[in-house]
Every structure is written in structure tokens, then in C-alpha cells.
Design a protein around this ligand. Structure first.
Ligand SMILES: Nc1ncnc2c1ncn2[C@@H]1O[C@H](COP(=O)(O)OP(=O)(O)OP(=O)(O)O)[C@@H](O)[C@H]1O
Ligand SMILES: N[C@@H](CCO)C(=O)O
Length: 326
């Protein structure tokens, strides 16, 4: 569940009085998501999402996230648009937490990814990268290569409880990835989503009944980093079957649709295998950290780290970019 902070009727009415959204018509907590408290809000002005930012979000970073969504939506990307209060500020406070209202996006995220989802996803990712151009703020990727060794150190004591030998395997993988990582300036940088998993991409059927992307959400890992790394995140999150087999048809659809909007440079294409290994390690490490640090009974849903060990091993032996659909 993801309603950590309860909002009383009275607090909500006082909060909404600072917006020009008309009367409140409906309000309910949303169970999905693990990071923040989310509410669906309906007023005379339409449908919105109210988010109360919880402990894992640094309030100092919220102007970047909200500013980026505003910039991308202004460039026509289907992402939530922050709604400003009467005083022009979108970032406010409610029930003792930083809070913001964003526009509601219609659509449903795919519970089971089909090949037909992958081309629209690739196109939407490239559109995000193109639309991010010109956004003036920057945010370093806290979960990028420099963050992996400290994360692994945090898992050292209990990592092998998840699988014997895991920590040594990850030490070796990390060393290999860092040695092969693209040097500074070699690949294009920009604003990336960095967590574009299926539960963050909404689809609706298009006129031809094929899925089309209706919205991208959850920009709270967004940062300024290698654009091709975002492609690597998507190859990890979208292109494996439930039995962990890599589906190269999905990968080709994703990469070629991306490439049609924002052509990958030869250097980006060549780097994709190591970027995929890095992305697999990133999700493995954050999952392993949560797995070994979350007390039983906590509200946070723990995700399986070993899913990403399999992906890391796959990308470690996959070899060329062609083998992973690029
Ligand atoms: N702009 C939006 N339009 C429609 N639904 C939304 C929107 N933003 C969030 N939601 C709904 O709220 C749910 C949780 O949102 P989100 O994934 O951002 O939560 P979170 O707690 O920050 O995330 P996570 O745990 O995935 O990092 C989504 O699955 C979706 O159902
Ligand atoms: N997408 C991440 C969770 C953080 O949003 C994962 O699956 O590990």
C-alpha cells in the first residue's frame, strides 16, 4: 500500500483553498507504489494526483523533479504536469509533508509486456530525451556508477544470506563494469527517467487497436546522465520473459523505434551491452539493499534481487550490441 500519511478532510479543504481548482468532488488513497503517499483527487477542474513526499525523497530535489515534468509536459510529452497554487508555487506542504498536485493521466500499465508495447515504449523514451533538451537544471545520478560501490558495501554483511557467493560475484561484476564504462564525454548526456519500468508507462488502445503510450509517470529517479543508459534500463525492465529468457524481438522493436526518433550514435550502440550490465547491477543492488535492510512487516514491498542477478549474468555473456537487439 502507499498511503503512509493520512490527510484529514479539513486539512485537504484548507490545502485546496490555495488552488483555483473549484470544489472538491472525490478523494481516495491509491494502493499502488511504494515510495510516496498518492491520492486520486477530483475537483470541478478535473482529475489530479496528490502526492505527499515521504522520507526517501529529499525535499531539496523536488524542484528538479517538478521542474522537469513541467518542462517535458510543456514540450508535449504525455507526463504529469505540476499544478501551481494561486501564488504560482507547485511545491507546497500538507500534513507535515512536502506535497504537490499533478495532472491525472489516463491509461493502464501492462501487467504482461507484449512485443507490441515495445515500439511505442522506445518512441516515447526517445521523445522524452528530445523534450528534455534545454531544461536548465541538472541532477547527478545518485544511483549511477559512483553510487554502486557504497551500495554494495551496504550489502556486504548480509548479501550472501540471499545467495551464497553473491557478494564476491557482485564485486567482480562491478569491477568489470566500471573498467568498461564509457569515459566522460564519449556519449550524449541529458535528462533521463532512469526508472522507466512497465508500472511507470500507461497505454491505451490506438485507433488501430494497437497499444499506444498515454502517459509516463514517476519521475522521482530522473537525473542528468547518459541517454543510452535509459535505453539499457528499458532493455532490462521490458525485454525478459517471466522465465528470464531475453526476448530479442522485443529488444529490436524497442531500440529501432527509439532510433527512429533519436538516432543512437555508433558509440552509444557499442556501449549498450555494458550499460545494460550497469543497469542490471543498479536494480540488483537497490533490491538487495532493501531486502537486507527492511524489517519484516514493514510497509515497503521488497522486490526480488535475484531476478536482476540473472539479467546481469545474461548481459555479461551476451557480447555484441546485435545480440541484445541494437
Ligand atoms: N499522473 C498520474 N496519473 C494517473 N495515475 C497516477 C499518476 N501518478 C501516479 N498514479 C497512480 O499512482 C500509482 C503510484 O504512483 P507512483 O508509481 O508514482 O508511486 P511511488 O510511490 O512514487 O512509486 P514507486 O514505488 O513505483 O517508485 C501508479 O501506479 C498510478 O496508479
Ligand atoms: N523499478 C525499481 C523500483 C524503484 O522504482 C525496481 O523494480 O527495482
Amino acid at each position: 500500500m502507499a498511503v503512509y500519511t493520512e490527510v484529514s478532510d479539513e486539512a485537504l479543504r484548507t490545502f485546496l483553498a490555495d488552488y483555483a481548482l473549484g470544489e472538491l468532488l472525490a478523494f481516495r488513497g491509491i494502493a499502488e507504489g511504494v515510495e510516496n503517499s498518492n491520492y486520486a483527487l477530483k475537483t470541478e477542474a478535473g482529475d489530479f494526483i496528490l502526492t505527499l513526499y515521504e522520507k526517501r525523497v529529499d525535499p531539496a530535489e523536488l524542484p528538479y523533479f517538478l521542474g522537469l515534468m513541467d518542462h517535458l509536459a510543456g514540450r508535449g510529452l504525455a507526463c504529469p504536469t505540476p499544478v501551481a497554487g494561486r501564488d504560482g508555487a507547485a511545491l507546497r506542504s500538507l500534513a507535515g509533508r512536502p506535497a504537490a498536485i499533478v495532472t491525472f493521466l489516463p491509461g493502464v500499465w501492462p501487467r504482461r509486456v507484449r512485443p507490441e508495447h515495445c515500439a511505442p515504449l522506445g518512441r516515447a523514451l526517445a521523445e522524452l530525451h528530445v523534450a528534455g533538451d534545454g531544461f536548465a537544471m541538472a541532477r547527478p545520478n545518485a544511483l549511477g556508477p559512483a553510487g554502486w560501490a557504497p551500495l554494495l558495501d551496504g550489502c556486504r554483511a548480509r548479501g550472501d544470506e540471499v545467495q551464497p557467493g553473491l557478494v564476491a560475484e557482485l564485486d567482480a561484476a562491478l569491477a568489470g563494469i566500471l573498467a568498461a564504462w564509457p569515459r566522460k564525454g564519449a556519449l550524449h548526456r541529458g535528462q533521463i527517467h532512469a526508472d522507466l519500468f512497465p508500472d511507470n508507462v500507461f497505454f491505451l488502445p490506438g485507433a488501430d487497436a494497437r497499444p499506444r503510450v498515454s502517459g509516463l509517470i514517476d519521475f522521482y529517479f530522473a537525473c542528468t546522465d547518459l541517454l543510452a543508459y535509459d535505453v539499457a534500463v528499458c532493455l532490462n525492465a521490458w525485454c525478459f520473459e517471466p522465465d528470464y529468457a531475453f526476448n530479442v524481438t522485443k529488444a529490436r522493436a524497442l531500440v529501432s523505434a527509439y532510433d527512429a526518433v533519436r538516432p543512437l550514435s555508433p558509440a552509444e550502440r557499442t556501449a549498450l551491452p555494458v550499460l545494460c550490465r550497469g543497469a542490471a547491477l543498479r536494480f540488483l543492488l537497490t533490491r538487495l539493499y532493501d531486502w537486507t535492510h527492511t524489517p519484516p512487516g514493514a510497509l515497503v514491498t521488497r522486490k526480488d534481487p535475484l531476478e536482476y542477478l540473472r539479467k546481469l549474468r545474461f548481459f555479461g555473456q551476451a557480447g555484441s550490441a546485435a545480440a541484445i537487439g541494437a
